[in-house]
Design a protein around this ligand. Structure first.
Ligand SMILES: [Zn+2]
Length: 233
């Protein structure tokens, strides 16, 4: 067996669900009572910006009522103590990984606590409500800041960096993802292509389970700390 040095970890809604954050099931699913097409597409934002802002303002507000769980804490510990390469790629837009202390982290679908000014293209840290009239602290233009969220139909962030990390990976671990949203669903194939070992941890076998060398079924809050213990043991 080859030496494990570089680890890429993909996390999805399942890890946040155990902290009490609502999840959704992709296109045609419901998210907090809304159809995903009504709140998570550029077309929805163009059609009804008030509704979309209200939705994300509520999601951002909700972050203050949840806390990182044992899985977030374990990954932050692995990040701090793993001597080799490591990258946590999260599909989640919450900030639970960073609140647990993770540093080598990338939000491929954007962040609730970030705004994107379409007037000057700046990304700015955002607390509290954004609404349709918010002023950009960088350029001073009002009404041009949108949630810094990758909506359906938009390109996920930092795909080149993710790809580079996958090409160098010795181990790819997928945690709490359904495995049905591309491009993230394809990461395991890239990892296998370069000869990395692959492990998934999920509440139920994902659609791509057969692609993984190993599947551990159960709660992230139990499986992830046990796995990190094995890795750092
Ligand atoms: Zn601006």
């Amino acid at each position: 067996m080859r030496e494990l040095r570089n680890i890429v970890i993909l996390t999805g809604a399942g890890i946040s669900a155990e902290s009490g954050l609502a999840t959704f099931r992709g296109p045609e699913g419901l998210w907090e009572g809304h159809r995903v097409e009504d709140v998570a597409t550029p077309e929805a934002f163009a059609r009804d910006p008030v509704l979309v802002h209200r939705f994300y303002d509520a999601r951002r507000e909700n972050l203050s009522q949840v806390a990182p769980n044992a899985a977030h804490a374990a990954l932050a510990r692995l990040d701090a103590e793993w001597p080799g390469g490591l990258l946590i790629v999260t599909q989640n837009v919450d900030d639970l990984h960073e609140r647990a202390g993770a540093k080598r982290l990338l939000h491929m679908h954007g962040e609730l606590r970030s705004g994107w000014c379409r007037a000057c293209d700046a990304r700015v840290a955002w607390e509290g409500a954004m609404g349709g009239h918010a002023m950009c602290p960088e350029c001073g233009v009002s009404g041009a800041v949108r949630p810094d969220i990758v909506w359906f139909g938009e390109m996920p962030y930092e795909m080149e960096r993710i790809d580079r990390a996958l090409m160098e990976a010795d181990l790819f671990v997928s945690i709490g993802t359904s495995g049905n949203v591309y491009p993230a669903a394809g990461f395991v194939q890239t990892a296998k292509y370069v000869g990395a070992r692959t492990l998934e941890m999920n509440l139920e076998p994902s659609l791509g389970s057969y692609l993984f060398d190993e599947s551990r079924i159960g709660k992230a809050g139990e499986l992830v700390p046990a796995w990190v213990e094995e890795m750092l043991g």
